[in-house]
Design a protein around this ligand. Structure first.
Ligand code: GDD
Ligand code: MN
Length: 370
């Protein structure tokens, strides 16, 4: 192909890569300003089972249980199930000690003899859950306030809502700058998608499901790392709403080390989730399709458009095209602008994730210090 034509192709692809998310974001912004079409009921108080999966969390698990004990939800309607997968750092013993000091909260421990991953553990715990609503929460996540749980549950007072998740604030150290920019943007996206129909990305910090729906689905998927997001999406595909709400916030710790590895692994899980969701798209109602189609594109295909564009530009630069060199220099300089840098790194994680998924799915992932 003529080099000029190749340059035009590259510019066209770049326009698609950056234009698509911008157009989707503008579409979502319209939803953000609309009122909710689901009605929350603060008086709705079902029996709730909180499942806390643990793997080597001795350092954080007590603070986590303190956080749960602070919730204003009626104690007689609450049970906590810690499911531990053969931790080697004394996590279950820490939980037992905590339970002795806090007899007011109903707490049980399910101990797995071998570790098979978070979703396996959740399914084990599910067998012991007696609540009508199941809440999953990671040990390293803090709930924003004493009414975080009540607020999240109140949305299930609307029978059309099947699942509820929080919005997220990053905490602490690590590459907090990038992580924060990433969060602001995605909180807007998650909320707007929820108002439109449902969001396909749920958070393990606080993921709430009607137990009857989990049972219909046969529990959490064990071959997809993003157990929470995929379950929420399958619930949305059954016609229920799976929503992120703006009155339930969670604080998540960002790892001190291995930030990139952490981001790649989570991207791997999202890629697995969207690749599976792709096969069910025809079942989606039109409202839900309006969210699932663009999100599937953004996670599975759009990052590759950027990769192809960059490859073409590099090739043209090697061939001595001055225009291309200028474009590449411009693209590199723009990295100083945080939102752009955040976007580009996210694309990179998604591309690496898709490739890594070819040989490892990271279902039982290595623990990172937070
Ligand atoms: N029982 C059990 N067994 N718990 C586990 C296992 C396991 O094999 N692996 C991890 N966990 C627990 C951790 O102890 C923690 O409470 C929670 O699951 C989340 O693990 P993290 O190591 O903190 O993972 P993350 O925050 O990076 O992962 C996020 O993304 C995942 C999908 O990629 C979270 O949102 C997860 O909930 C989500 O599944
Ligand atoms: Mn975590």
């Amino acid at each position: 192909m003529h080099l000029d034509a190749l340059l035009i192709v590259a510019i066209g692809l770049a326009l698609v890569h950056f234009g698509f998310p911008l157009a989707y974001y503008c579409y979502l912004k319209r939803w953000l300003n609309k009122p909710w079409d689901v009605k929350r009921d603060p008086g709705y108080k079902p029996r709730v089972s909180i499942i806390v999966p643990t793997y080597n969390e001795a350092g954080l698990v007590e603070a986590k249980l303190d956080d749960l004990a602070r919730q204003d939800y009626p104690r007689e309607l609450l049970e906590v199930i810690v499911v531990d997968s053969a931790s080697t750092d004394g996590t279950p013993e820490k939980v037992e000690e905590w339970a002795r000091r806090n007899p007011g909260l109903k707490l049980s421990i399910v101990r797995e003899p071998v570790r098979r991953g978070k979703a396996f553990a959740l399914n084990n715990a599910l067998k012991h859950a007696t609540g009508d609503v199941v809440v999953i929460t990671d040990v390293d996540a803090r709930w924003g306030s004493a009414n975080t749980l009540s607020n999240a549950i109140s949305w299930l007072g609307d029978p059309s809502v099947g699942a509820v998740t929080c919005l997220k604030k990053p905490a602490g150290r690590g590459v907090a700058g990038v992580e924060e920019g990433y969060r602001e943007f995605y909180n807007v996206v998650r909320l707007a998608e929820s108002k439109a129909h449902s969001t396909p990305v749920f958070h393990g910090e606080l993921a709430t499901f009607r137990k009857s729906l989990l049972e219909e689905l046969g529990g959490f998927p064990t071959s997809i790392g993003a157990d929470d997001s995929h379950t929420a999406t399958m619930i949305a595909l059954r016609g229920y709403r799976s929503i992120a709400v703006d009155n339930a916030w969670c604080v998540e710790s960002v790892p001190r080390e291995g930030y990139h590895k952490w981001r790649v692994r989570r991207a791997q899980h999202l890629v697995q989730h969207f690749a599976t969701t792709l096969r069910h798209l025809t079942k989606a109602s039109s409202g839900l399709r309006g969210v699932l189609l663009p999100e599937t594109h953004l996670h599975l295909f759009n990052p590759w458009i950027l990769a192809v564009t960059t490859t073409i530009l590099l090739y043209l630069a090697i061939k001595g095209s001055l225009t291309t060199l200028t474009l590449l220099a411009l693209g590199t300089m723009l990295l100083a602008y945080r939102p752009y840098r955040t976007w580009i790194t996210t694309q990179l994680y998604l591309v690496i994730a898709a490739i890594r998924n070819l040989w490892t799915r990271e279902i039982a992932w290595s623990k990172q210090e937070k």
